[in-house]
Design a protein around this ligand. Structure first.
Ligand code: G3P
Ligand code: CA
Length: 234
């Protein structure tokens, strides 16, 4: 799965990043959160500071303000003029065979996280994309809300290096998305026995791909889908 499109080759989470990634794979990871005017936008950080020529919290800026920013120049001159897509726009512009891991992020209180789920679920339905996505998050409360609103959507629990099973099993995920450094063959085999698919993030080195493949993972999230594809073909 191309991480934020293809973060290693293009400005992360922009349309062009997904278009370039799509030369190598139809599977992508993206990050999304609500902006100030209520739309879901595709961006990783809580502010626009790192990836655009603007400043401010995503939750304080309208879609129009966010889309007036340049989201390509920070990566390289070649990408000047790229903008932050809304989730709707990204889904409308990408080919209909693409599969998305939608990582939902919310910095807010419970009601903000519920608002995010309430914006996401109808959008997926309207765009008829429910069977081509899964929803992932580190936030098991948010995953639980997604399940409440649409139990048939696949959900992936993201795990950092340290976690307690009782914290995430409550969200009853379909997939486990661990930090790739935590993966062992024994653990993958246990998770498979329990019925989970396992797709670790974010592995960019051949030595790690070999280790993960031997451990039996179901997929790999990478900044360089081009190199991972070459490795797999080799
Ligand atoms: O979804 C996997 C990975 O993207 C989680 O970490 O910080 O890159 O969103 P982060
Ligand atoms: Ca992510």
């Amino acid at each position: 799965m191309g991480h934020r499109g293809t973060r290693g080759l293009a400005p992360e989470n922009t349309l062009v990043s997904f278009q370039i990634a799509n030369r190598f794979t139809p599977y992508f990871e993206l990050d999304t959160m609500l902006c100030g005017s209520g739309e879901l936008v595709v961006i990783h950080d809580e502010t626009v500071d790192r990836t655009t020529n603007g400043k401010g919290r995503v939750s304080d800026l309208s879609l129009e303000e966010i889309q007036s920013l340049d989201a390509g120049a920070f990566f390289s001159e070649e990408f000047v003029g790229e903008s932050i897509p809304s989730l709707r726009e990204l889904f409308e512009k990408m080919p209909s065979n693409c599969i998305f891991d939608i990582e939902v992020k919310s910095e807010g209180e419970e009601k903000e996280r519920i608002r995010l789920a309430e914006a996401l679920i109808p959008l997926l339905k309207e765009l008829k994309i429910e069977n081509r996505v899964f929803i992932s998050s580190f936030d098991s409360f948010l995953l639980g809300k997604v399940k409440e609103k649409n139990p048939s959507l696949l959900r992936g629990q993201l795990l950092d290096s340290v976690w307690k099973e009782e914290d995430w099993k409550v969200s009853e995920p379909d997939l486990i998305l661990p930090n790739h450094r935590s993966v062992t063959k024994e653990w993958i085999s246990q998770l498979h026995k329990e019925g989970y698919l396992v797709i670790p993030y974010t592995a960019n080195e051949e030595a790690d791909w070999i280790r993960l493949k031997e451990a039996g993972v179901d997929g790999i999230i990478t900044d360089r889908p081009d190199l991972l594809l070459s490795y797999l073909e080799k």
